[in-house]
Design a protein around this ligand. Structure first.
Ligand code: B12
Ligand code: SF4
Length: 497
């Protein structure tokens, strides 16, 4: 049987144990937005389907079994579809090992199928991937809504590989032939709506019994929502602009509201997970979105991960809560202005943090959480004490405290390697499972210049005790269900157009 000239299969890789560490914990399964956008961009000209390995519950299995299950699912799908192109989505660096294994499985099952990989990690290591992984034919750098259709057309004989922006392939000598990524879609409203129609919403329905649910809705299946791309910031520990481009690009309020309305009426969505890195950068736009949610009668609740504290004021917070914000995360990162601003590059004053946290306290229906990083190379006893004191002072519902894990493609990653601060540099090779378990907060990856790792470990214990002690009553009542859902009974689905 030959590969079908008209089908593209997207495979969303899952979080499983990497060779360097234990299994990642699973939050409930998010829908695979990357694959959904790409399938949406292809839907006019190709049959697209999505296999989301996250629905297999692999994180619960021993590593070997998880690998075997993933391979089996992919093999079965490839055998049936024999797609022209199989596109592997690598959202986290941890998934790179799985990408390599699955590419091998695909080629073994259907040598004619071309295999591409996309996502932030392969984008950063595009040349290494192509020169070292014979089962992968292409790396597509950055966002793929223009380049994936161009690649599929070229493979069908209707275009040329040479002109595709951001495509890395293998030359006859085995070396990478690369077109650098130069174009990011300026008018993001021109990007077709994600292929929600390929998703079985019931497969993503978590147990929401103990979710924060002030409106008392039947939460059903939460839907992800992406209203903008990239972020104007350049924090030294963040890599996202390497995949989503240097410029903050936003959907119009109209487009966002249309998508919400579609999901509200067609898919009965009542809870949105806003995935933006920085939802609130543009004040007029966010106020328009919030107003539109009310005027269009969308009675929803929202959890928002990325909000620029500097952009938040009383008016925006009131609008957001009026539009259904029930959970917001603030990226504070450090109690020391020196670390936060001069080192991390956040340009955020402690006074502004205090002001914004105080504003959120006026809305008892909102769970307000904050993110902190400890163990920056420049952290000292004094700066860590400042972080500790700020957490102690702020009336937040919950704080998340992570050890610094330098992510490839960031300034702090290069710095840690150059200064020899990585505790286990081998773990940070391009083909290893670099990003590990943040949530469990169990690993120290970097030795701060002025501290011994044992000293940092003692700080971690103090922070863990503080984190526990500072959970608000409101948060305590929720249990763990809003974060981890160990008994989730999802089954793999294939979603054909
Ligand atoms: C939502 C999100 C989450 C969600 C989970 C999402 C999910 N589906 O599972 C939650 C909140 C759980 C989460 C957790 C974490 N996250 Co997160 N998260 C994101 C975020 C904000 C959005 C991802 C997204 O959906 N983007 C929208 C889609 C449309 O973009 P995309 O997936 O990149 O797809 C596009 C391209 O990459 C490309 N593409 C993708 N796949 C393919 C495939 C092919 C074949 C092709 C050609 C192209 C292609 O085209 C797509 C369309 O344009 C990103 C930042 C970002 N902006 O990407 C961080 C990000 C992915 N997270 C990151 C990190 C570090 C984490 C944590 C480790 C953080 C922590 N402290 O706990 C945890 C790990 C969780 C775990 N269990 O492993 C890093 C990953 C870095 C890395 N190298 O691994 C990112 C990039 C943020 C950053 N600051 O650098 N995260
Ligand atoms: S503000 Fe957030 S998304 Fe923007 S660069 Fe900093 S960490 Fe990344």
């Amino acid at each position: 049987m030959t590969a079908s000239k008209d089908t593209v299969l997207f495979i969303s890789c899952a979080n499983v144990a990497s060779s360097q560490g234990g299994p990642l914990p699973s939050s409930y399964t998010y829908m695979p937005m990357g694959a959904m956008y790409l399938a949406g961009a292809l839907r006019e000209r190709f049959g697209a389907s999505i296999l989301d390995l996250n629905l297999l519950g692999l994180w619960k299995l021993p590593p070997d079994e998880a690998r075997a299950r993933a391979a089996e699912a992919v093999r079965a799908e490839i055998r049936e579809a024999k797609p022209l192109l199989a596109g592997l989505s690598c959202l986290f660096s941890t998934q790179m090992e799985q990408v390599l294994e699955l590419a091998r499985v695909i080629k073994d099952e259907s040598p004619e199928t071309k295999v591409a990989v996309g996502g932030i990690h392969p984008t950063i290591y595009s040349r290494d991937v192509i020169e070292n992984c014979p089962d992968l034919d292409f790396v597509m750098q950055g966002e793929g809504e223009e380049s994936v259709p161009a690649l599929a057309l070229a493979l069908r004989g209707e275009g040329n590989l040479a002109g595709i922006d951001g495509l890395t392939r293998r030359g006859p000598d085995g070396r990478a032939v690369e077109s650098p990524k130069t174009r990011y879609i300026e008018d993001v409203d021109s990007i077709p709506r994600p292929a929600y129609e390929l998703i079985d919403f019931s497969a993503y329905r978590p147990d929401t019994a103990d979710w924060h649910n002030p409106k008392g809705h039947d939460i059903g299946t939460p839907a992800p929502l992406l209203t903008s791309r990239s972020c104007p910031g350049r924090c030294n520990f963040c890599s996202l602009h390497r995949a989503m481009g240097p410029k903050f690009r936003r959907h119009s309020a109209e487009r966002v509201l249309d998508e919400m309305e579609y999901l509200y009426h067609e898919k009965k969505v009542r809870y949105f997970e806003v995935l933006d890195d920085n939802l609130t950068v543009d004040k007029k736009r966010i106020l328009d979105i919030c107003r539109g949610v009310r005027t269009r009668g969308l009675d929803v609740q929202m959890r928002v991960g990325g909000m620029a504290i500097n952009a938040l004021d009383a008016e925006i917070i009131e609008a957001l809560t009026g539009a259904g914000l029930v959970w917001g995360s603030l990226a504070i990162e450090s109690g020391s202005e020196f670390i936060r601003n001069q080192i991390m590059g956040k340009n955020l004053s402690t006074a502004k943090i205090r002001e914004v946290v105080k504003l959120f306290r006026k809305y008892p229906d909102v769970i307000t959480t904050a993110l902190f990083i400890i163990g920056m190379p420049e952290d000292t006893h004094e700066t860590l004490q400042m972080t500790y004191d700020l957490i102690e002072e702020l009336e937040l519902d919950q704080v998340y405290i992570s050890h610094l894990l330098p992510i490839p493609g960031t300034r702090v990653y290069d710095q840690c390697l150059a200064e020899g601060l990585m505790l286990n540099p081998a773990e940070h090779a391009w083909n290893s499972g670099t990003v590990r378990n943040f949530y469990r907060n169990a690993n120290i990856f970097v030795k701060p210049r002025a501290l011994e790792t044992e000293e940092l470990a003692l700080w971690a214990e103090r922070f863990e005790a503080l984190r526990e002690a500072k959970k608000s009553l409101k948060f305590r009542r929720l249990g763990a269900g809003s974060i981890i859902d160990p008994d989730q009974k999802n089954t793999p689905r294939k979603n054909y157009a």
